[in-house]
Ligand binder design. Structure first.
Ligand SMILES: *Cc1c(COP(=O)(O)O)cnc(C)c1O
Length: 496
């Protein structure tokens, strides 16, 4: 299988797409075709997570021998999650389950892809016979940064630099990044939001700086979900969730299930959509947004419009207006690189674009949008804890609140089991969780966590608890306009 750009006919191998991240024309790489459905539940039912991952990925990474893929997924998913189930699925009622994606090294769903991506990248680089150093440039809204730092820490030949919005992440998320260990890592706060960070990095990828550094021996790549190495591993867990539901009897052999995804950059839900294309029986697929509801509005109107206020919410990983991966969905909707290119240009110049009536109709057949206010999010946290004794993080709560609204209004089929994608451990967000439980927020987030632990009996994950005693290593913040120079300065230090 080859990978092609969403904006032109540029086509490359999987290895090249992994190493480059973004296409030369600024577009995103997508599989040049989507495989016909190939999933046979009976044959897959007893595979381990790493075996299933190897099986699914072998259909997308056809140039990599199966034995190699198995080695890569084995390394990625051995000893990196606190449960061998990797993604446990908790059925809370006949109507719905929670797919818990927060049992990895950094307590967020990003760990699922970022445990594997470094292995894919190192393999691809070897195949490309390129012995230059790689510098991974990453923009984060809070969780990608830490998961990428852990994934790439001390990987030979690779360096990583992370930019996070210095006022837009939770104190725990900030500590996770500022206290990161490793000799090949650099973390920088920016005065701006995620869109600023991601937008500037995309410019850097298309700038002369990238060429200059490549000549000096440093290749820029990306660990954001614009890289296919992030997207493909995410397809796996939707197949896994299906098999788990079958095994637990939450759904029958020929039954579908609905999926609700708390969405930011549109990577996770795009993976769900691909999983459905290859044969996972996903019924309704719901794209849940918080107050930054560009996507929810798109599904209603067919216009993608970022000319609006940006809200900093308590579900910060969803505080995004320009959802990069939506470009891939747009490509599949319109089946036209010219149109995607024109729309992306319009987005850059005017902050909006509109798709045709047919494209919108197609979009509505594939997915459904919805959004939840901060009040609805908090109420969902409280209600679900009281009713099901289950504590959700704010992002998961947004998804639940959207699900609840759709169910009440009859927009989601009641007789179909629904899976809420639970994207982060609630303890990454102590302040809002304490409020939802009616507890006082303490000055130190770790004191707050101990209060929550006392009240709920849910133990503090070691990865979060141990942060309290660690030293801050990275406290720099820069202006958006200085990001490129900051990158140049760091890149120059790693030239061999
Ligand atoms: C990244 C993230 C999201 C958004 O996922 P996308 O793939 O960017 O849409 C939602 N919740 C949490 C906790 C996240 O870290």
């Amino acid at each position: 299988m080859k990978y092609r750009s969403t904006r032109s006919n540029e086509t490359v191998s999987a290895e090249e797409a992994l190493v480059k991240g973004l296409a030369d024309d600024g577009g995103l790489y997508v599989p040049d075709f989507l495989p016909e459905p190939f999933l046979d539940a009976q044959a897959l039912l007893n595979l381990s997570y790493e075996e299933l991952a190897a099986f699914v990925l072998s259909h997308f990474l056809t140039d990599i021998p199966d034995g190699e893929i198995r080695k890569l997924t084995h390394n990625a998913y051995t000893g990196t999650f606190e449960t061998s189930e990797i993604v446990p699925v908790k059925t809370l009622s006949e109507s719905f389950s929670m797919a818990e994606m927060f049992h990895g090294r950094t307590c967020a769903f990003k760990d699922l892809a970022l445990s594997l991506f470094p292995y894919l990248l190192v393999y691809a680089k070897k195949q490309e016979k390129d012995d230059r150093e790689i510098l991974i440039l990453t923009a984060t809204s809070g969780d990608t940064g830490k998961a990428a730092l852990e994934g790439f820490r001390d990987v030979p030949g690779v360096h990583i630099m992370v930019f996070y919005p210095s006022h837009g992440v939770s104190p725990l998320q900030k500590d996770q990044m500022q206290k990161q260990l490793g000799n090949n890592v650099k973390v920088v706060g920016i005065e701006g939001n995620f869109d600023d960070a991601q937008g500037t990095l995309k410019q850097v990828f298309n700038s002369s700086l990238r060429k200059e550094e490549a000549e000096k021996g440093v290749l820029f790549s990306s660990a954001n979900s614009i890289n296919i190495g992030r997207l493909l591993p995410q397809v796996v867990y939707y197949v896994w969730i299906w098999l788990k539901l079958l095994k637990s009897g939450s759904i029958g052999p020929r039954e579908e299930f609905n999926v609700v995804v708390p969405t930011g950059n549109f990577g996770n839900i795009l993976a769900a959509w691909i999983a459905r294309k290859i044969g996972t029986p996903i019924g309704q697929l719901v794209c849940a947004s918080n107050e930054n509801k560009v996507l929810s509005d798109f599904f209603e109107t067919g216009t993608y419009d970022v000319n609006r206020e940006f809200y900093m919410t308590e579900a910060p990983s969803m505080d995004i207006l320009v959802s990069s991966n939506f470009e891939r969905f747009l490509y599949f909707l319109t089946d036209s690189t010219d149109e995607v290119k024109a729309d992306m240009e319009a987005l850059r110049n005017t902050g909006k674009y509109e798709v045709s009536r047919e494209a919108l109709k197609k979009a509505d057949l594939e997915m459904m949008g919805g959004w939840a206010s901060p009040e609805a999010m908090r109420k969902a946290m409280t209600d679900v804890y009281e009713k099901y004794d289950y504590l959700m993080d704010p992002h998961t709560a947004v998804a639940y609140a959207v699900y609840d609204k759709l169910r009440r209004t009859g927009k989601i089929t009641r007789h179909t089991h629904t899976v809420i994608i639970s994207t982060a451990h609630p303890y990454k967000f102590p302040g809002v969780v304490a409020k939802a439980l009616g507890l006082d927020e303490k000055e130190s987030p770790y004191d707050t966590l101990r209060e929550i632990e006392k009240a709920t009996g849910i133990a503090i994950p070691q990865q979060l608890g141990e942060l309290e005693q660690k030293e801050k290593r990275f406290t720099d913040t820069v202006e958006r306009k200085d990001m490129a120079e900051t990158i140049r300065a760091y890149a120059d230090t790693i030239i061999k």
